[in-house]
Design a protein around this ligand. Structure first.
Ligand SMILES: Nc1ncnc2c1ncn2[C@@H]1O[C@H](COP(=O)(O)OP(=O)(O)OP(=O)(O)O)[C@@H](O)[C@H]1O
Ligand SMILES: [Mg+2]
Length: 318
């Protein structure tokens, strides 16, 4: 069953188009990662799907309910962790969770019990006010608050932005546990690694539409198979090394002078790994490292969203 569905979703603010025909299908019990640069429309999509914003066109359903015609049914089935934290700074974690419970019409005893469960589960037994929490604890408190009613569909808007690697890993673990328990998760992120680690499927959003969709692996294979990386010792000889790599490459060679590295897509990894080292040695170019690897999701993302010309980007800044 589809937990989140969007068809031709549009949103305009005056003359500005934030969503331009967005389509989405998120299967029940899966994690979908919405990946996109700043201003791509991720938050707008989440706000429409969580009934906080009306679309200008198209339609969307969450847990089988139309977001415009059945907002109350949708709200009963969702949890939301917004891009900005929503906890009350002066209250403790426990007080915050009890308050959320009461706001969701739980009785005092039920709210207290649920708060206790969630504090335990997210390791939030700290007693002080939320303003003394670390960024990671605060984000876990946000996540706990969104789970007061154990919603089947959870929306997370950049859940780990600004967190250190340890806190990020904690959030990932919490999300994985929820999904193992059957929750459907739609999360937005700017971190490719997050999408790679957490999402079953990724939708890459650019300028208000989905420009690519698939499993992280599918998206990587679209870039055309393996990549050859060669790091050389002498930066002066980078251009020569690029020339050698080009002979084995099945696409454009990229040079990174700071890393003393050339990188290129290769169709035949064995051929690349035998011919390139031999040619480098014959030319007297000393290699520090030669590897063949899958493309990263970063490379997929940059390739898919590199639509703006520098001139256009300059205009936008002006
Ligand atoms: N209330 C608003 N009024 C006018 N324009 C808006 C409004 N909200 C968003 N926009 C514009 O719509 C576009 C999409 O914004 P949105 O916040 O959905 O992007 P995003 O992908 O979440 O970006 P970020 O990664 O920065 O969070 C942007 O160009 C933004 O400037
Ligand atoms: Mg956003």
């Amino acid at each position: 069953m589809t937990a989140v569905l969007a068809r031709g979703l549009r949103k305009t603010y005056g003359t500005k188009t934030a969503l331009d025909g967005l389509d989405l299908d998120v299967g029940e019990g899966t994690v979908c990662g919405l990946l996109g640069p700043n201003g791509a429309g991720k938050t707008t999509a989440v706000r429409i799907l969580t009934t906080l914003l009306r679309p200008s066109g198209g339609r969307a359903e969450v847990a089988g309910h139309d977001v415009v015609r059945r907002p109350r049914e949708v709200r009963r089935n969702i949890g939301l962790v917004g891009q900005h934290t929503a906890v009350d700074e002066l209250l403790t974690g426990r007080q915050n969770l009890e308050l959320f419970g009461r706001l969701h019409h739980l009785g005092a005893a039920a709210a207290r019990a649920r708060a206790g469960e969630l504090l335990e589960r997210f390791g939030l037994r700290h007693d002080g006010p939320a303003k003394d929490y670390s960024g990671g604890m605060r984000r876990r408190l946000d996540l706990a608050a969104s789970l007061i009613l154990a919603p089947p569909v959870l929306f997370l808007d950049e859940p780990t932005t600004g967190l250190d690697p340890r806190s990020r890993t904690e959030i990932w673990r919490a999300v994985r546990e929820l999904v193992a328990g059957g929750t459907t998760v739609l999360l937005t992120t700017q971190y490719l690694e997050e999408a790679d680690r957490l999402a079953d499927r990724v939708a890459v959003v650019d300028a208000g539409r989905v420009v690519a969709e698939g499993t992280p692996d599918e998206l990587k294979s679209r870039l055309g198979g393996d990549r050859l990386d060669v790091v050389i010792r002498d930066p002066e000889r980078l251009a020569e090394a690029a020339g050698i790599a080009a002979r084995a490459a099945g696409g454009p060679v990229e040079s990174d002078p700071d890393a003393r590295r050339v990188s290129a897509p290769v169709a035949d990894r064995v051929k690349a790994l035998t011919e390139v080292p031999a040619a480098l040695a014959a030319a007297g170019i000393e290699a520090e490292d030669i590897t063949v690897r899958r493309p990263t999701l970063d490379e997929v993302f940059l390739t898919l969203t590199a639509t703006e010309t520098p001139a256009h980007a300059g205009e936008e800044r002006a």
